[in-house]
Design a protein around this ligand. Sequence first.
Ligand SMILES: [Zn+2]
Length: 360
Amino acid sequence: MTRVDRTQRATRLGQVQLYVGSSLDIDDVRRYRDLFGGVTLQGHAGLRIAERLRRDGDLRGVDLDPAVYLDQRVSNQLTFDFDLEPFDWIRAQRDLGLAVVRSAGRRIRVGRVEDLRHELAVSYASDVRVVLVLDDGWMGSRHIDALEQQLMAADRDVSLIFAACFDPLDSANKMAGLRRVLRWSRSSGRMVELLRTDPAGIVAATEGTRLAAIGIGTSTRHYGLPLPAQQRPDYVRRQHSPLVFLPSLLHWQRGAVLAALVPWGGAGITNCECTACESAGQDLTRFGRVYGSIPREVTEAIREHDVLALAAVVRSLVGSPDAAAALKQRCSEAVRLGRSVAASFKVRLDPPPAWQTAWA
Ligand SMILES: [Zn+2]
């Protein structure tokens, strides 16, 4: 870390808000928007919710990921064919009166520099943010130079979504790549947003990202690519145990792990002060089970806790005089605590994510 980086680091947190999937109802969208100060809706379902909010004169704090990359007809194309996508997302966002207007968004496979150049060269009005759905390999040392060169040459505001089977920022190397992009943003004055991201977006929001839209479910924390066949049985088995956000670890753990912590009273990592946990009168070990299939009411109760707990983390950083220092301290504590509990109680916690270890 150079002296220049330290002096340039903004201590003020960029906007951290919720990335909402396509299945929420409008009342939840309103509530989550009020909790975080903003929400990012997705696709045509999101557009319909935004239209209803506009009719009610209640569109503040709402923006949209057009998410055209989810359309298989588009993502399977080897070359870009703009006739394939007749829907004019830019016009739709403008007609709605959204404060932020984003391009349709197409996946750019790793190493396809021409596709990247092409997407960045499409002619839009100056206020349109170009959505780039980048395979996670773009953040690695092999491709980051090419990505940075194209961003510099295009000199535009961009919204990044990462595509991967699992965590797209799963190494110190990729976190370093993300930091390169953020350094470019700070030095050029161009905006880099992270959409559909995980709490790594909070780190980015202390380092120049103007907006990070974090998803609560695994399907909204990145753009999920198909799993390799040999990993699918293990993945399916793990789905029987719900993921729960632990504020103490700033990350998710499985219900099976929470169950294993019950004999040790949660080992000091299962507390939560969100209103959902307070009204339940129990800590997070109440979600410590493995199911055949997870009942809907359990999924909803966990989502409610996850959203409230994440909002509390963000609020505490917004209120901090130095958000970067405060987050760094929380990360160090989370990594130390997780490792200590795993070692002391022989519980197989999911390891801390790279955005914590690469930075703590
Ligand atoms: Zn809670």
